[in-house]
Structure formats: structure tokens, C-alpha cells
Design a protein around this ligand. Structure first.
Ligand SMILES: [Zn+2]
Length: 485
């Protein structure tokens, strides 16, 4: 009964907030006090994962689907629309296009190949609650700077972080903590993350001193803000001022005590593993010893096409190890934390229509989720930690084999340890719905946000709904957020 009353309360408040952008009456504000508010939020995003990516990995891992912890019935599950916003000026009028039409999607096999989002716009929508243009990193359609959930977490005194299996300044991690007109400005984005964000933990690939096989090499330092900054970071001397030929950069105060908080850099797999337990520094930059991505870009042994047949980069931390380390560091803050963990190379494997590598990446993603669930059940609880598992868009138009235009045809099960029957129809993203799962305080409120219906996937939410709900539960602080320049 209490649950029903709370859900009813949130419905009233959501309606009030959506139409007036504030609490309409004192009564609403009182009801708001009774809502379940998560102390910690852990968001998992598999970049490029559609329903068939998940199903294919389930068949390979377990010979059945559904199979993952987050697919169990005590998790809230919906489909989610991912399209971005396109602004056009026609006859002097500004119009916005972009959308998802369930009827067309279920009848026309080419419909979902158009109007798809990129990871910048999708990450921004997930992080800020605003649809925007493709390529954006935390910037709105009018060039306005959008507030991230992680910035709302900071206003509450929480710690924040991002963890990615691709470069730490790539679109998805950037879209949760940075602001830039375009995702391709890697060096500027890295400098924003290092010197303008107040993030406590940033972990991802992009190491300039290694190649994609985890071997020493001289590589591009743009993902870490350039060579001069990278060299200074490596000294791990508690530096707070970085003087470079491009100017002087200062690290931010992340803990709110008025003092700048230097980065502690870790690189080796052992350093990540050791960070999973015990007291740790409060501010950590984790850059595994590999360039583009943890494993997906490693050189293939040609005849090997099954997952894991090409030996793994053994010196490189897994996404699971990075996640355990990040949560251990962030959870030192008694006020709680927000972290986004991205399985970033599921998308890269899917662009290449490479089922074996896609499954490898998706398994690493599942292992990271299982580690977080284990942490919740050991050190926290489902009363204080909300976990969300979702995707930013589908990639590769993956279906089961057989028909030329098999809309929604599921991949087929060939048993545990065998590649499932898969057919790729596209080398890019699609506009189809993706899965969304949640468990913990606030998870059931997503039921109220599923306002649209798809004939195949049922009720669905928008990718803007996650941040909208978090801003409702945590509050949306009136703080100014800045671009780099
Ligand atoms: Zn992509």
C-alpha cells in the first residue's frame, strides 16, 4: 500500500514538474520528501547494444536467454527510444525533426536505418535529460551548456566518476562530465575532464605510451590532453598546476574543501586490482596500458574467429576490474556517489559486424555489472543504491539469420560456447528501441515515464527520462556550468 501511495505521489509531482518546471504547491513539496531517493547511482551503458546483442551473448554464455542478473523479474524493464534532435530552418521557421514511429519501425525494414543518434547526442540525453544534435558533448541545440547528473551529484556533496573500455575522452564518458561543441575535439575534452570537471574518478583507455596490443609504443596523446600534460601526470607528484605551451591549467577542488585535488594516476593491471579494496586516494585517473580500447582492437590471429581465441591483452585491466576499483574509491565518500560505466567497444565490434568480438565485449560489460551488484549486496543495499543498465543506441542492425529483411528476427541459439545465428544488416547505428533495466530506490518510478507503446517491445521510455527522474529525486541545482572557451 505504501508503495502504491509513493508511486501515486511521484506521478502527481512529475506532472507538476513537467508542466510548471517547479513544485506547484507546498503539498507537492511535502510529498516529494517521502520519495525513495538513491544515495548512490551506478549507470551501465553498453554502447551499441540492441536486444539481439544481449540475446546473442546470453546464448553464447549460458545457452539460454534471458540469463543475466539484470534481466531477472525484480528489475524494472522497459524499451527505450534513442533518437537525437535535428534542428532545421525552413521558410524562416526553426523546426526540430527526429523521432521514432513504432508503426513504421515494425513494418518498414529500412525505417530504423534513418534518423539514428550518435553516442555524443545519446550520452548527452542520458546525462542531462535533453535531446540534442549528433556530435554534441553536453551542449544543447541552441549552443546552451546543459547540466549533467554528475554535476547535480556534486551539488549534494557526492563523488562522481566515469569508467570506459574506450578512450576516457571518447563520446560517452565525455557526455557525462564534459561540455564541448563536438565529440572529435579529444584534446580539449580531455583538458576539460582533467582541469574543469570536478570528477573524482576517470578511467578509460587512450594511453599514449602503448599500442592496441598493450605493447610499448609512441602514440597520440590527444586523449589525455597532449604530451606535455601526459608527461606531467606521469610524475604522480601531487601537481595542481600544469604549465604548458598552450597555457596554464589548474586542477579543481573535487571534494568541496576549498583545496585543489591532484590526480593520482594508475596504469598497470595490478594497480587497478589493488585499488578494488582498502583505503585509497580520493581522486584517481586510471589509464590502462593500451591505446584505443582494452581488448577489442587487439590484432587478430587470422584463423581464429571465436570469442577469446585470440589471446587477450593480459597487462590490461578488465572493465570489471576498473569498475571494482572505481566503486571502491568513490564509495569512500559518506555522502554517496554517481558513476557511469561504459562498455564502449560493443559499438566498435558492431560497426565491424564482428559477432565474436561483440560477444567478448558484452561479456566484459556483464562482468562489470555483476561486480557492482555484488558490491551493492555486500557493502550497500538496494534501499540506497540504484543500478541502471541500458544502451545508447543499437549498432549493426543485428538480427537472426534467414530472411532478407527480417525485422525483429531474433538471433538463434546454437548452445553454450557456440556462436549464435547472427546476421548483420548495417555498418552503422539504427533508430530501433534498446533495452533499459533498473533496480534500487526510484527504479519503479520509470513505470510512470513509459508513456508510449511499441507493437513489438511494449511500453517504452525516452533516453531523456533517466536524467529527468534523477533530477527530480536529487534536485536540479541552480549552478552555472561552463564550456572550456
Ligand atoms: Zn558507433
Amino acid at each position: 500500500m505504501e508503495k502504491i501511495r509513493k508511486v501515486f505521489s511521484v506521478l502527481i509531482i512529475l506532472t507538476a514538474v513537467m508542466y510548471s518546471h517547479s513544485f506547484a504547491t507546498g503539498a507537492d513539496e511535502r510529498e516529494f520528501q517521502t520519495l525513495d531517493k538513491p544515495k548512490n547511482i551506478i549507470v551501465f551503458i553498453s554502447d551499441g547494444m540492441g536486444y539481439n546483442h544481449l540475446k546473442a551473448t546470453n546464448y553464447y554464455q549460458y545457452g539460454q536467454s534471458p540469463a543475466q542478473i539484470f534481466e531477472q523479474p525484480d528489475w524494472t524493464h522497459f524499451a527505450m527510444a534513442t533518437y537525437s534532435s535535428v534542428m532545421r530552418v525552413r521558410n524562416g521557421d526553426t523546426i526540430f525533426s527526429g523521432g521514432y514511429n513504432p508503426q513504421l519501425a515494425s513494418t518498414n525494414p529500412n525505417y530504423i536505418k534513418r534518423g539514428y543518434t550518435d553516442s555524443g547526442a545519446a550520452g548527452t540525453a542520458l546525462s542531462t535529460g535533453k535531446k540534442t544534435y549528433n556530435g554534441s558533448i553536453g551542449i544543447g541545440i541552441y549552443g546552451d551548456t546543459l547540466l549533467h547528473m554528475s554535476q547535480a551529484a556534486k551539488a549534494l556533496g557526492k563523488s562522481t566518476g566515469v569508467v570506459a573500455s574506450v578512450q576516457l575522452s571518447h563520446a560517452t564518458p565525455a557526455a557525462f562530465i564534459a561540455h564541448n561543441e563536438h565529440r572529435n575535439n579529444y584534446s580539449d575534452i580531455a583538458r576539460y575532464i582533467l582541469f574543469h570537471s570536478q570528477a573524482d574518478v576517470v578511467m578509460g583507455a587512450g594511453n599514449p605510451d602503448f599500442d592496441n596490443d598493450g605493447k610499448p609504443a609512441e602514440n597520440n596523446a590527444q586523449f589525455l590532453g597532449g604530451n606535455e600534460i601526459w608527461e606531467m601526470l606521469k610524475t604522480n607528484d601531487g601537481r595542481t598546476v600544469f604549465e604548458t605551451t598552450d597555457g596554464t591549467f589548474y586542477v579543481q577542488d573535487a571534494t568541496g574543501d576549498g583545496q585543489p585535488d591532484p590526480w593520482t594516476l594508475i596504469q598497470t593491471r595490478e594497480e587497478f586490482q589493488n585499488m578494488a579494496t582498502g583505503p585509497q586516494p580520493t581522486r584517481v585517473l586510471g589509464v590502462p596500458q593500451v591505446h584505443a580500447t582494452l581488448q577489442q582492437s587487439r590484432t587478430r590471429i587470422e584463423e581464429h574467429n571465436m570469442p577469446f581465441e585470440t589471446p587477450m591483452n593480459e597487462n590490461v585491466a578488465t572493465l570489471e576490474e576498473m569498475t571494482r576499483a572505481a566503486i571502491n574509491v568513490l564509495s569512500q565518500n559518506p555522502q554517496g556517489f554517481f558513476v557511469m560505466v561504459e562498455g564502449g567497444a560493443v559499438d566498435w565490434a558492431s560497426h565491424g559486424n564482428d559477432g565474436a568480438r561483440m560477444i567478448e565485449e558484452q561479456i566484459d560489460f556483464h562482468n562489470a555489472i555483476n561486480a557492482a551488484v555484488e558490491w551493492v549486496e555486500t557493502y550497500s543495499s538496494w534501499d540506497e543504491t540504484l543500478i541502471i543498465v541500458t544502451s545508447d543506441h543499437e549498432c549493426g542492425y543485428l538480427t537472426g539469420p534467414g530472411e532478407p529483411d527480417p525485422i525483429y528476427q531474433p538471433v538463434t541459439n546454437n548452445g553454450k560456447g557456440n556462436l549464435p545465428g547472427m546476421q548483420w544488416h548495417y555498418g552503422s547505428h539504427t533508430n530501433t528501441l534498446v533495452p533499459f533495466f533498473a533496480k534500487g530506490p526510484g527504479a519503479e518510478y520509470f513505470k510512470l515515464m513509459a508513456r508510449e507503446h511499441d507493437p513489438v517491445y511494449g511500453p517504452f521510455i525516452q533516453n531523456t527520462d533517466m536524467a529527468s527522474l534523477v533530477f527530480l529525486l536529487w534536485g536540479k541545482p541552480e549552478i552555472e556550468v561552463h564550456k572550456l572557451k
